[in-house]
Design a protein around this ligand. Structure first.
Ligand code: CP
Ligand code: NVA
Length: 297
């Protein structure tokens, strides 16, 4: 049995297998008669809906458990909640504040645990991102991905995934918002070598994909004002996109803060692939569920 807490749980061929399963027509109903517990400590539009629909497409029954019901470590310990949910479900997905929570769940779970976003990682998003880039640019190997903004959970999983798929990754972040040395060392051990730069232009010049995410992630709301100051000059606008390759595509995991990290002219512009990217969340979730059920056989 396998869990999926971050992309570095996978090797390159496992990642490729999940992506292929994501695009396989007529998937078998591997979850027929089974539950999928989806537990959320934070809000979600895409992740909840796309995962629920992927479960339905595989014949299963999604059970959404919202923040009010969870009470993790308040009403009941993380471990006991996990043991309980595993009695009724073939898989548990969780969106949590602390990454340690999904690790604790995986440590005691009798069924696979999927990280649906933590403060450290957003791996199901990264699989959808790669599907989107592959569809837009034909292949992944050798493509250059420029990430502009906070080296956050999304950037983290994306850098791993792009590295595993043979892409070159450049990330531009203001001082204090870069990957830590420990992160970079861990990425290198998995064959991912993101190049960290400080000026967005250095990352974006000639890139095949330009990616950004919010400057203030869920749970950091009290830092929003400071971050708006610190990320000045990091907005992806038409001028910045003009530095990328002429056929570059723009991606954003969404939700976007229009006029902050991205100009509406880019988000709604001809290079934007954010809606196919959102749609790919469902296909990625289906591929991942198929793979986890294969591993559990
Ligand atoms: N991209 C993403 O995870 O969106 P939600 O927060 O709406 O799930
Ligand atoms: N980095 C963002 C991603 C939301 C999907 C956050 O964690 O809030």
């Amino acid at each position: 049995m396998r869990h999926f807490l971050d992309i570095d749980d996978l090797n390159p061929s496992e990642l490729a297998r999940i992506m292929n399963l994501a695009t396989t027509p007529n998937p078998p109903p591997v979850l027929a008669g089974k539950g999928a517990a989806l537990l959320f400590e934070k809000p979600s539009a895409r992740t909840r809906s796309s995962t629920e629909m992927a479960v339905v497409q595989l014949g299963g029954h999604p059970i959404y458990i919202g923040p009010a019901e969870v009470g993790l470590d308040e009403r009941e310990s993380v471990e006991d909640v996990t043991r309980t949910l595993a009695c009724y479900s073939a898989v548990i997905g969780a969106r949590v504040f602390a990454h340690d929570t999904v690790k604790r769940m995986a440590a005691v779970s009798a069924v696979p645990v999927i990280n649906l976003l933590s403060d450290a990682a957003h791996p199901t998003q990264a699989v959808a991102d790669l599907l989107t880039i592959r569809a837009a640019r034909g292949h992944l190997e050798g493509r250059v991905l420029a990430y502009v903004g906070d080296a956050n959970n999304v950037a983290h999983s994306l850098a791993y995934a792009a590295g595993l798929a043979g892409m070159a990754v450049r990330i531009a972040s203001p001082p204090g918002y870069e990957f830590s040395e420990a992160d970079l060392r861990r990425m290198r051990r998995h064959g991912c070598e993101p190049v960290q730069v400080q000026r967005p232009a250095e990352a974006v010049n000639g890139a095949d994909v330009v990616y950004t995410d919010v400057w203030t992630s869920m749970g950091q709301e009290q830092e929003a004002e400071q971050r708006r100051e610190d990320f000045r000059g990091f907005r992806v606008d038409r001028r910045m996109m003009a530095r990328a390759s002429a056929d570059a595509v723009f991606l954003h995991c969404l939700p976007a803060h229009r006029g902050e990290e991205v100009a509406s002219t880019v988000l709604d512009g001809p290079q934007s692939r954010v809606w196919p990217q959102a749609a790919n969340r469902m296909h990625a979730a289906r591929g991942l569920l198929l793979w986890l059920m294969e591993q559990a056989d």
